[in-house]
Design a protein around this ligand. Structure first.
Ligand code: SAH
Ligand code: SF4
Ligand code: F3S
Length: 465
């Protein structure tokens, strides 16, 4: 019997007692790249005949998409696998899959295989498109499957996606990273830099806009390295600023965001786009990592504190009021008290709108993991807490400056602050809570800002769209 027929029989047999198709569940850790990958995973599973599951207990397949960067991820993943074991004991037909950045590390794959034998499928970041085949094998042939590719090769286009939102969407513009910051695992888990063809990106953006997307977030580890072929036939290349202008011409799209741009090669043309491209949101996530040029050199970031400050000045000249957000690591090996003071000083100078702070955590296989002078845990935490306190103070002050202003907010649905509240984001990316009907979800709403806290703004509708 051909596989497809066998598969249809499986779907029917599975569905018979419950009256509905088998259900899938994705559980996603990590960054926007992983969130976007999980949308593809969900799209592939839907194409196979699965429907979304409301709970783990209801699921016929659970896919855990892992991250290697955030320290919290490792224990969390193993905790989740432990919980899934219990679900599987109650529902032996459950298929368990683990994927994502952690699976690109051989020692993690070995650990999963030896300590979590109830995991049926292991796949990586480069072969998501193989999931249907791996899953069919497990379900029909009762084989376990491990398939992790070392590198990405050609970008696979045309995969389905189940999008989380209709009114805003992620678009990958490039994959991988060639920067090799000395602490970072991403170049090893996501492979070499590869850009998607400009035509493919535009096609995706037009389709999203046609189905109601107003805002797109372009994803890449360093979008300044974007170098897209116009299409399969032409030899010309499109760089990132040029891509932004092409996207700005897509009818229906009102907002374009991107992340992330590396300070070492943030170009003047990209800075100018914040002035010249109306649809480009006035916010930049520009991870600084440290305020000490000495630490930056040891991180292999290839810019200095002075260079970073000069970039922010240029950005603020080009686009007054542009929001600046960042990532900062505390306790990088060899970071002295004086280095840390420089980070505090930089935070004061730049006055970030918000910042993600990370405790340095050694990643196996990265150069910094071998550095001899690791900072003691307690000191790392002390610095982290001091920095967070200072950064939060600045964020609150920045938010206070919004009081009394009227901001365009893209309403994203119910907020967390009360039954009648909607939550949405300003052009600059600030979260705003305001009272309004659910029917405004996906609409641009003018909101007058009446309150400001550290992590959000409050307001009232000034005018309906
Ligand atoms: N490509 C992006 C970063 C992706 S990783 C960029 O270069 O800006 C997201 C953030 O995780 C990094 O900016 C860094 O602050 C943090 N990070 C990465 N590896 C880390 C590690 N080993 N320990 C602590 N924080 C880390
Ligand atoms: Fe990691 Fe650096 Fe690449 Fe960002 S630029 S993903 S921090 S190696
Ligand atoms: Fe993202 Fe984590 Fe991988 S931050 S690229 S999911 S290691």
């Amino acid at each position: 019997m051909p596989t497809n027929e066998k598969w249809d029989v499986y779907l029917k047999e599975y569905a018979a007692p419950q009256g509905r198709a088998p259900a899938f569940r994705t559980e996603t850790m990590g960054c926007q790249m992983n969130e976007r990958d999980s949308e593809t995973i969900a799209g592939l599973l839907e194409e196979m005949g699965y429907v979304p599951a409301a709970s783990r207990q209801e699921a016929a397949v659970i896919v855990v998409n892992t991250c290697s960067v955030r320290e919290i991820a490792d224990p969390r993943v193993f905790g989740i696998l432990g919980q899934i074991k219990k679900v599987k004991e109650a529902h032996p037909a459950l298929v368990t899959a683990v994927c994502g950045c952690m699976m690109q590390q051989q020692h993690v794959v070995d650990a999963v295989k030896s300590k979590y034998p109830w995991v049926d499928i292991i796949f990586g970041t480069h072969n998501i498109h193989m999931l249907p085949e791996l899953l069919r094998n497990v379900v029909l042939e009762k084989h376990k499957a491990t398939d992790v590719w070392d590198d990405g090769g050609e970008i696979v286009e045309g995969l389905p996606a189940r999008r989380t939102f209709a009114f805003k969407a992620y678009i990958n513009v490039m994959y991988g990273c060639d920067n090799y910051c000395s602490y970072c695992i991403v170049p090893y888990t996501r492979g070499r830099e590869r850009s998607r063809a400009t035509g493919e990106i535009l096609r995706e953006a037009r389709a999203l806009a046609d189905s109601g997307a107003k805002e797109v977030m372009l994803l890449g580890q360093n979008v300044n390295s974007y170098r897209g072929a116009e299409d399969a036939q032409t030899a010309g290349f499109v760089d990132f600023p040029a891509l932004l202008y092409r996207l700005a011409a897509v009818p229906g799209l009102e907002r374009i965001r991107f992340m992330t741009s590396h300070p070492k090669d943030l170009s003047d043309r990209l800075i100018a786009a914040f002035r010249d491209c109306k649809k480009l949101c006035k916010v930049i996530h520009l991870p600084v990592q440290s305020g000490s040029s000495r630490t930056l050199a040891r991180m292999n970031r290839r810019y200095t504190k002075e260079h970073y400050i000069a970039l922010i000045e240029k950005l603020r000249d080009a686009s007054p009021g542009i929001a600046v957000t960042t990532d900062i690591i505390t306790g990088f090996p060899g970071e002295t008290g004086a280095d840390f003071e420089e980070t505090l000083d930089l935070a004061e100078k730049i006055r970030f709108d918000s910042a993600f702070t990370f405790l340095y955590s050694a990643r196996k296989g990265t150069p910094a993991a071998q550095f001899g002078d690791q900072v003691p845990e307690e000191e790392k935490h002390r610095r982290f807490n001091l920095l967070v306190e200072r950064l939060n103070g600045i964020t609150a002050e920045k938010n206070n400056a919004y009081l009394g202003r009227t901001e365009r907010v893209l309403a994203e649905g119910r907020g967390k602050t009360g039954r009648d509240t909607l939550a949405g984001r300003t052009d600059s990316g600030k979260l705003v809570n305001f009272i309004g009907p659910l029917s405004l979800t996906g609409q641009m709403v003018d909101v007058r800002i009446t309150g400001a806290k550290t992590f959000s703004l409050y307001g009232e509708i000034a005018a309906r769209p």
